[in-house]
Design a protein around this ligand. Sequence first.
Ligand code: ZN
Length: 158
Amino acid sequence: MNMVLENDELQDLYRELILDHARKPRNFRRLDDATHTAEGINPLCGDKLRLYLLIDANDTVVDAGFEGSGCAISMASASLLTETVTNISVADAEACFNTVTQRLTLGSSGDQAPHKIDLSKLRALDGVRQYPSRVKCATLAWHALHAAINSQSTATTE
Ligand code: ZN
């Protein structure tokens, strides 16, 4: 994986974070009591995942998990996503979707997510920006999140 970031030290840190999440994805499980679910498909790379959300009566995401297979970036991104959206409101999760996808596709530094949500780990994904095909790997899980929240069954990058 070729990633170019601000400096070598940061680059190493981010690469380690991505590889760690790809090797040991967090919340890699089906949620039998999921209230919302959506599939994400990236035909270009062959990434395929299903995201599960358990959203309570107060519109809070109380649990998140995913299953699937794909490249290291798609798996790491999904793993980071499940950690990020657990115990935040649906509106905040949607704000995270907007922030992450805009940052990766437009290179926008604009941060729509409320400051109480720590998106710093997701900076690890920023290195894919200059590789359009990899951007789809990194944003796939987030499109699945957006689809699940909005009760759509499938998100595809094509
Ligand atoms: Zn991929």
